[in-house]
Write a protein that binds this ligand. Sequence first.
Ligand code: PMP
Length: 287
Amino acid sequence: MTRTVYVNGEYLPETEAKVSIFDRGFLMADGVYEVTSVLGGKLVDFDGHAVRLERSLGELDMGSPISKEDLLDVHRELVRVNEIEEGMVYLQITRGAPDDRDFVFPDPDTTPQTVVLFTQNKPGLADSPAAKKGMKVISIEDIRWGRRDIKTVQLLYPSMGKMMAKKAGADDAWMTQDGFVTEGTSNNAYIVKGNKIITRALSNDILHGITRAAVLRFAQEAQMEVEERNFTIEEAREADEAFITSASTFVMPVVEIDGATLGDGTPGRVAPRLREIYLDESIKAAI
Ligand code: PMP
């Protein structure tokens, strides 16, 4: 099926949607993005994504080309016309397309920002077989830039990390800085020891995951202990459990880290329970 996508105020078939070769997203990765999941045809945590988007734009001295209300309308319209029951809405905003390539930011009065949204249809996203099996991760050095809290489209290294994982027969890579895990290539990373969930504290070193915020809240409500601190790969390899969170994977158990099997090599108790709570609560609150 040809998707209907949104480009700068217009709904178009994906085959007719175009962005300039001078777009700074294309030339300089000068853009930010969000991915909002869809469950039961509704948007999960739209508000959290809209708030983070505002922040990312602000940190890069970009204005907001579209109001939150209009953004919600566009998300909903794309979900409706593309008949998405389970999947994602991808949103990207760049600094626009000036009439030539230049490192200097263009004048926002004469160069409108580019706004693109499209849906990704993923039937079975919530009932994923991967969640039952658990994933394998390898560790790699985190050589990304220092503002990982801004959700920019500079995804080359995370993409390379994913390929390194695939080559090693794993599913993803956890990145480390000064010996401590920062996050996964496209997700936040956690270990579990007993009843305690351990994850790196928020800073410019990691993306402030919208799923992370919700999951930590649910964990505390379920009387689980949460400790926000650094941890090493060595500590992770000896943990009882591990997992990742992101808008498109929700909570996904990790069963192997750099070849070391966690527990009996199947998802433990905490991660599957958190996944269940997260899905239940998210479906209830979706809009
Ligand atoms: N960290 C990184 C590097 C990511 O790319 C993502 C997902 N885009 C996350 C964490 C998870 O964030 P969220 O829960 O908001 O999807």
